[in-house]
Design a protein around this ligand. Structure first.
Ligand code: GLV
Ligand code: MN
Ligand code: MN
Length: 427
């Protein structure tokens, strides 16, 4: 391989792409709504496909609507594939960097390699995973489909009775949900997977660090709780005769955070989605459905609070608790952590090791494929918000560390990467 010690990504082009992509799904109130398989998400997919083609990548959209662009090596020295990427979907009213940075930076690395005629020992895949953000039911759908981690029938479920399922949205875009299993890949195909992402927390900024080297990704357990009531006229039904589902459910909105705080100050728990049936201002709620989420690096903490929630529900008539998914924390791959640290050092950026409190596609990959993650700071640690912001330098530096890691792996990693990934801990 030619000398790549001085190879630099084009930070201006990376930033300009991020700004262009950020206009897809941009709201007048600021923020981006590009929920998975929406029209805006599909527009972003088309945008990416065009950029990939222009960069000389061979493109494919698989049965889970993951976008894959391949930079083929002239003379591959292994059949294994190097993979990098993240996701383009956002939460409702999210930011323009969560996920997008990792995809666009991976593309920028591929462009830089091609322009400089750097021939890697492996084919390089740039992947944009579909529905990382749990728009329909569970999240990380595309990466779990790729790793064979989808749960039976889950693409036919939604958290909210009113929104289409992942399967229905696949059909909307002309895809056959019955084919989703064909998105599955053999983990052995991959030499490694790398994901660059914004930190979504305050630590890097507070400590004046430029790069976070991720050691582990948090576990996430999610449940749909349905609480029954009796729909009735809001004007004519006396208070004494009502069975109001929202009022029944309300104590849990404060109890769940309290159980979490009591269990472990480092654990978090959120009720971020509540829906009422039939959902009209003049009807007493006949049903309240809410999504309770628990996150921790420690499985026993999430299990303990889950049991409190289930016990509370079991004591009440008609309450149902449905598991969306229970995903334990995963460790990222030790040799890759070292490669990323070396890359940050060679680029001269102050770095630290840190766990991730956010979920990522890397979590699905890490169960089976050697996986590494790089964080860059974001302003005030804010994410999943229109206020999410990074500086151009953060994007450039993160992308540069991504490229350097890839180059160092390409130069000397082929043998050392025959390591097993973290022990699978998905359930
Ligand atoms: C993804 O962003 C998550 O942490 O939920
Ligand atoms: Mn996110
Ligand atoms: Mn993300």
């Amino acid at each position: 391989m030619k000398n790549t010690n001085k190879l630099n990504i084009n930070g201006k082009r990376l930033w300009s792409d991020l700004m262009e992509l950020g206009r897809i799904g941009q709201q007048t109130t600021g923020g981006v709504t590009r929920t998975a398989l929406s029209a805006a998400d599909q527009q972003a997919r088309q945008w990416l496909l065009e950029k990939m083609k222009a960069a000389g990548l061979i493109v494919n959209v698989d049965a889970a609507m993951n976008v894959i662009g391949t930079l083929e090596a002239d003379e591959p020295q292994t059949e294994k594939i190097a993979a990098m990427g993240s996701h383009l979907d956002t939460v409702p009213s999210g930011g323009m960097f969560d996920g997008a940075l990792g995809v666009v930076a991976a593309l920028e690395c591929a462009r830089t390699l091609r322009e400089n005629r750097v021939n890697l020992p492996w084919n390089l895949e740039i992947i944009s995973f579909c529905d990382e953000e749990a728009a329909h039911h569970a999240g990380t759908v595309g990466s779990r489909a790729m790793m064979g981690l989808l749960q039976e029938g889950e693409i036919h479920h939604t958290k909210n009775k009113r929104t289409p399922t992942f399967a229905q949205n696949l059909e909307h875009w002309g895809r056959d949900p019955a084919q989703i299993d064909t998105a599955r890949r053999r983990p052995e195909e991959f030499a490694f997977f790398l994901e660059l992402h914004i930190e979504q927390g305050r630590r890097l900024e507070a400590e004046n660090l430029r790069i976070g080297v991720v050691t582990a990704i948090v576990g996430i357990y999610r449940y749909i709780v349905s609480v029954p009531g009796e729909p009735a006229h809001a004007g004519t039904t006396p208070m004494s005769l009502r069975k109001d589902a929202l009022v029944e459910a309300a104590p849990v909105f404060t109890l769940l955070p309290q159980w979490v705080r009591e269990r472990n100050p480092e654990m978090v728990g959120t009720i971020g989605q509540v829906s009422l049936e039939p959902g009209a201002s003049n009807v007493v709620p006949g049903e309240c459905r809410f999504v309770g989420e628990l996150r921790s690096q420690i499985a026993e903490d999430m299990q303990a609070v889950r049991e409190q929630l289930k016990a509370y529900a079991a004591q009440r008539e008609g309450w149902r608790v449905e598991t969306i998914y229970e995903k334990n924390s995963v460790q990222l791959t030790a040799p890759l952590i070292d490669y990323i640290i070396d890359a940050a050092k060679s680029e001269g950026f102050p770095w630290t090791r840190m766990p991730s409190g956010a979920g990522h596609d890397a979590q699905s990959m890490a169960a089976f494929v050697p996986t590494g993650m790089i964080f860059v700071p974001c302003r005030n640690g804010v994410s999943h918000s229109p206020a999410e912001l990074i500086e151009e330098d953060n994007a450039t530096e993160g992308c540069q560390v991504l490229l350097r890691t890839l180059l160092q792996l390409s130069a000397r990693g082929r043998e050392s990467l025959c390591v097993s990934p973290a022990v699978p801990r998905h359930q």
